[in-house]
Design a protein around this ligand. Structure first.
Ligand SMILES: [Zn+2]
Ligand SMILES: [Zn+2]
Length: 531
């Protein structure tokens, strides 16, 4: 019995793990690589295994970095059932076609550039037909109900409290007369996050594959009251400035979190009658999926639903669909516009920023993590000018940030989740983190909690049946049977393209702000000499 790591190992995105026994094989998650251009190139490479040989797939949750390459898997021959919770399947009905659409547009733009350069055209990773074929293979499962996809494999989904439908998956396997239990954490949410119930816990396992997005960091602790207070204050300051509030928000979860919190503040009369517009067709569709699953709501959300008739029902809330409706928002003055993407690297939010960022009356509110190299990160870090759709735009608007909305548990949250665990008989694999984060968390688990933990890298394979001999007790139990690729083959989070973009922006700033011709000439000469 072997496990191999094909994504989210030494990086955050591209979650994909393969388990092989003598009798069957399956994958957990099949995510897309996101972030730097170098990381994204992984999406175009062949799978390291033959998709046609995989018997079934399990999905922890709907996020594209866990599901986005499933249509590619199907395109390349996978034809087995894909098990996920009902909300995850419903969300993917919107997310996978959307992802296919994004691929097709990106490739179209790339090919236009390639043609001008005399290069061969490339084809998209997959298209909407492949996405539809993947969705056709999905089977929804109930949480806490054990099922048997094949003989010798029992699977149970538990709540991971990260996004609607998100689960950690417990798998009991039998191979060569031996039994092994392995738990995949998927992504884990914090306790007390809006709308969703707190994550379930588990008490024992042989192996655990655990995420480590914030494995080496603790965020400032934020109570629910503190988060609401901060949001109310941003709205108050924005009211004084008199303009719009632009909120870049992911279509899944963050948009609904914000609507939920704004609704609470409206109910408490802590914010004025300002109208809220969700300007993202995908977010609108996803919000409808939330309404279908009230059994996933925590006490607060249930109370709102019962008292107000619906979780997102308010006369001040509006959902746009057409491009015309979206454009018409340019002429409105005092509104909240919530739009995707959350890091401002694509989608309608870029248009809203282009039209509103210059204006000091406006406020831009960030409520999510901004990865390095994204437009959102530049704004949060205080860039005075940014480039949007090839145009330079000055930052006049007030930039605000609330950190209480993370979808991921931080280090203390992860440790809290693990605190009830009585026994990990074999080993913990730390995944889904930048190398510093995953390695630091593995050390923490080893040294402070006495677990045996390693942070595998892409392509590594571990044998899971090797018995723990007394001599090997101090060493990791799972024998590594294949080493990772050379470190330089693993894509960095910030690649040369990110640095190039940063350099061009800084150069433009320098030329604008530095008035002395001699200094300008000398600096540029030096730079040219270096290149
Ligand atoms: Zn996730
Ligand atoms: Zn993830």
């Amino acid at each position: 019995m072997k496990i191999s790591f094909h994504g989210a190992a030494g990086c955050v995105t591209g979650s994909n793990y393969l388990i092989e026994t003598d009798n069957f094989s399956f994958i957990v998650d099949c995510g897309m690589f996101q972030g730097s251009k170098t990381l994204k190139e992984n999406n175009y490479k062949n799978f390291a295994y033959n998709p046609a040989d995989v018997d079934f797939a399990l999905l922890t949750h709907a996020h594209i970095d866990h599901t986005g390459l499933l249509p590619k898997l199907v395109k390349h021959g996978f034809n087995g059932p894909v098990y996920a919770t009902a909300p995850t399947v419903d969300l993917l009905r919107y997310l996978l076609p959307d992802s296919a659409h994004i691929q097709e547009i990106e490739v179209m733009q790339k090919n236009r550039r390639n043609e001008r350069k005399g290069l061969e055209p490339i084809s998209p990773i997959y298209d909407e037909t492949d996405a539809a074929n993947a969705i056709a293979l999905m089977k929804s499962v109930e949480r806490h109900e054990t099922f048997e996809p094949v003989a010798g494999c029992r699977v149970t989904f538990h709540n991971a409290g990260h996004v609607l439908g998100s689960s950690f998956i417990e798998i009991e396997l039998e191979d060569k007369g031996k039994k092994r239990k392995i738990i995949f954490s998927g992504d884990l949410g914090e306790d007390d996050k809006p709308i969703l119930n707190d994550p379930d816990r588990f008490s024992e396992t042989d192996f655990l594959v655990v995420e480590s997005t914030y494995g080496n960091r603790n965020r400032e602790k934020q109570t629910k009251e503190g988060r609401l207070q901060q949001l109310a204050e941003v709205f108050k300051r924005a009211e004084k400035r008199g303009g719009k509030i632009i909120i870049p928000a992911f279509a899944l979860e963050r948009t609904q979190d914000l609507l939920h919190d704004i609704l609470i503040l409206k109910k408490q009369n802590k914010i004025s009658g300002i109208k809220v517009v969700v300007d993202s067709p995908l977010a609108t569709d996803i919000t409808k999926v939330f309404l279908k699953y009230p059994e996933c709501y925590d006490e607060d959300a249930t109370e709102i639903m019962e008292k107000m008739g619906g979780l997102f029902d308010h006369p001040d809330f509006r959902f746009t669909n057409s491009v015309e409706e979206s454009k018409a928002l340019n002429h409105e003055k005092r509104i909240v516009i919530m739009s995707a993407s959350g890091m401002c690297d694509a989608g309608r939010i870029k248009h809203h920023l282009k039209h509103n960022l210059w204006n000091p009356a406006n406020t831009v509110l960030f409520v999510g993590y901004q990865a390095e190299g994204t437009l959102g990160r530049l704004l949060v870090e205080g860039a005075k000018t940014v480039r949007i759709h090839g145009e330079e735009v000055t930052t006049g608007a007030q930039i605000e940030q609330i950190t209480g909305y993370s979808g991921h548990a931080d280090q203390s949250g992860l440790l809290k989740w693990l605190s009830g665990v009585k026994e990990v008989r074999q080993q913990i694999f730390v995944v889904h983190g930048e190398p510093e984060s995953a390695d630091a968390f593995a050390v923490k688990l080893n040294e402070e909690l006495g677990f045996r933990a390693v942070a595998p890298r892409m392509g590594e394979v571990f044998e899971l049946l090797a018995d723990q001999s007394a001599a090997a007790a101090a060493a990791p139990v799972a024998e590594k049977v294949k080493e990772a690729k050379a470190p330089e083959a693993v894509a960095p989070a910030v690649d040369s393209y990110n640095l190039y973009a940063q350099l061009t922006l800084q150069l433009a700033d320098f030329m604008r702000n530095s008035k002395d011709e001699n200094i300008r000439r000398e600096k540029l000469k030096k730079l040219l000499a270096e290149i």
